[in-house]
Design a protein around this ligand. Structure first.
Ligand SMILES: [Zn+2]
Ligand SMILES: [Zn+2]
Length: 199
């Protein structure tokens, strides 16, 4: 696991369990306590988590730091953010549909609504009714593999004609992105070069 993956995992656990000790994190992640300290240092510096008497906890339970993606912790400056509203009315901001889908899979049972924007018109749509174009040759400078969202299948297909990629509906898109992120060897991704960059 990469440090960034461990950080995400730590945040996911903290959301579920509120407080965790360093020793417990070290055991679960199978890394040394030193490594755990190194992993959490940026989270502490960004004030995403707090030190407590028995370990660490999320800094502000119930409020998402206004300016960063809940999933990848990147600053939100993309034109195509995604919002997830949870069953307890928390609003989470995700930098792009890529993170929106992955975050949805993480907290699926607790999601009340997931909202994205139509790529062409920038209107707000329910992600569950949207069409997802993955791997188009059009760069948004956000997370890879990149995902674009469309309100209508017709426009998604027109865009696909020009820029390539594969169109999915919501559930398929969630499965597909999880699969691609897990580096499933049976997927259609190119194996050559090994740069991991999906075209
Ligand atoms: Zn993100
Ligand atoms: Zn992103």
């Amino acid at each position: 696991m990469l440090p960034i993956e461990r950080q995400r995992q730590i945040v996911v656990w903290l959301e579920e369990e509120e407080t965790l000790s360093i020793a417990e994190l070290s055991r679960r992640l199978n890394v040394s306590e030193m490594t755990v300290y190194r992993d959490i240092r940026p989270l502490l510096e960004d004030k995403k988590i707090n030190k407590t008497s028995c370990g660490i906890s999320l800094a502000t339970i119930g409020t998402v730091p206004a300016n960063s993606c809940t999933y990848c912790l990147k600053e939100l400056n993309n034109r195509h953010p995604v919002q997830i509203i949870t069953n307890d009315q928390k609003v989470e901001q995700l930098c792009c549909p890529h993170c929106g889908l992955l975050r949805f899979r993480d907290i699926e049972k607790n999601v009340s609504q997931i909202i994205c924007r139509d790529f062409l018109q920038n209107t707000t749509i329910s992600a569950k009714l949207a069409y997802f174009l993955m791997g188009a040759d059009f760069h948004l400078n956000c997370c890879q593999p990149q995902v674009l969202t469309f309100d209508s299948l017709k426009y998604a297909e027109q865009f696909q004609k020009g820029f390539g990629g594969v169109i999915f509906q919501f559930e398929e898109a969630v499965d597909e992105i999880v699969k691609r992120m897990n580096g499933n060897r049976s997927s259609k991704c190119h194996q050559s070069g090994g740069s991991g960059r999906d075209k």
